[in-house]
Structures are given as C-alpha cells and as structure tokens.
Design a protein around this ligand. Structure first.
Ligand SMILES: [Zn+2]
Length: 231
C-alpha cells in the first residue's frame, strides 16, 4: 500500500494540510536550526492535542549551515530522508505562488524523478495546495468547521522572540498576518506586521512591479486595507 508522509512543522500550511489530506502520518525534521525550540514546542503540542501520528527525526544536524532565515534546499534533504523512511508519497506543503528553488511544482517533479530513480520504486513529492493561496488554505480550514484555536496556535515565524511569540518582523510573519487578516482573524504578533519597515520600503513596490505573482499582491493590499495602512 502507498505509504504517505506529511512533512510537518505546525505551520499555517502544514497543519491545515494534515486535516485536508485525511490525517496522514507526519514527520518533523529537527535539523537544529535557530528557531527549532519554539517550532518543536508547537509541533509536539498540536500533535498531542489533535492526535497527530508524529515522528520527530534528528537524523540531520544542519546547524552549521543555518544561514538565516532558512537553510538552503532543506526540502530536498527532507524528501530524501522521508523516502528513506519508506514513504511513497511525500507531502511537502507549498501553496500557490511559492517560488523558492526547492519548493515549486517543477522542483517537486524533479525531486520525484530523482528519488524514484535512485530508490528503484515510484516516489512522489507533492503539495495538496498548489492551486490555493495561504489565504485560501485558511479559508478552507474555517469553512471545514475545524477548531480556530488550533489554527491560531500554529507557528510560522523565523525570528521568534520566545515561547510562541511571532515577531511580526519577518517575511513568514507577514504572510501569516495577510492570510489571517483576509479571513477576518486576528493573530498575535509582538509588533504589527503591517508596520514593519520592509512593508513600505520593499514590499509595497515589489508587489506592484511584478516581483510577486498578482494574487500575492492582491492579498497583500487587501490585508493592508483591513487595518487602514497606507497602500
Ligand atoms: Zn516572525
């Protein structure tokens, strides 16, 4: 039978994905990155509360490569380790418009090809959310009637200030705030994400000049409107 593994980090994408995919076994990779402590706490707590079949893997220590904010190509290592653990389908959650080198439909197709060839069996790396934005994912979760408290207890910050404290000053917090604000949800942040310097100094222009896909720009400006921030 097809063995599925969800790469899980208790984030605003991977937690709804666990529900969306019918609660598959989940795997968290503790690669000793700088925000592991806060992330791992949420990973364990939500898993316990929701009954997630969770494995925490310490197979890889990439702390010496922890170039902030993220370790490059980490999804390739995760997919490789999950396939080594016997997964036939590896769910690595990307959303519509994700365009990092190791997280896109094209990147996952290439990973699937290479892993299948090396393992000598069909292995698929995929995301259930390629057609949905982060805002759509949150909307799906709400409309499915799932507990809002769990959703708000997810963790998505790359520079946390302490126990479950979202900094409001990193790209991950900004995306989290946009997805919540556009669904009329209020998340907690140490500082208001819409007042982050980079919103005005970088994102406002980048969202207009085509650096980001059109739907990302629409959701960015719609969220700013909800708080009356300058557009
Ligand atoms: Zn943050």
């Amino acid at each position: 039978m097809d063995k599925q593994i969800l790469l899980y980090s208790a984030g605003l994408d991977s937690f709804p994905a666990w529900h969306y995919l019918g609660k598959p076994p989940a795997m968290y990779f503790d690669i000793r990155h700088h925000f592991r402590e806060q992330e791992l706490e949420c990973v364990r707590e939500l898993a316990e509360r929701c009954g997630i079949d969770l494995t925490v893997s310490t197979a890889l220590d990439l702390s010496s490569w922890d170039t902030r904010p993220l370790i490059p190509f980490r999804n390739i290592y995760f997919a490789m380790l999950a396939s080594n653990d016997g997964a036939d389908t590896i769910w690595c959650v990307g959303v519509k418009g994700d365009h990092t080198r190791d997280k896109s439909p094209e990147a996952f197709a290439r990973m699937s090809e290479v892993l299948s060839e090396f393992a000598g069996r069909p292995i698929k790396v995929d995301s259930p959310f390629w057609a949905m934005t982060k805002t759509d994912v949150v909307r799906w979760y709400i409309e499915a009637g799932l507990p809002l408290r769990d959703l708000l207890d997810t963790f998505s910050c790359m520079e946390p200030g302490g126990r479950r404290v979202h900094c409001g000053r990193c790209s991950s917090c900004l995306r989290r705030w946009i997805a919540l604000a556009n669904n009329q949800l209020v998340g907690e942040f140490a500082a208001n994400p819409w007042e982050w310097d980079r919103v005005q100094s970088y994102y406002r222009d980048a969202m207009r000049d085509g650096t980001y896909p059109e739907h990302r720009a629409e959701e960015f400006f719609a969220a700013l409107e909800t708080v009356g921030a300058p557009l």
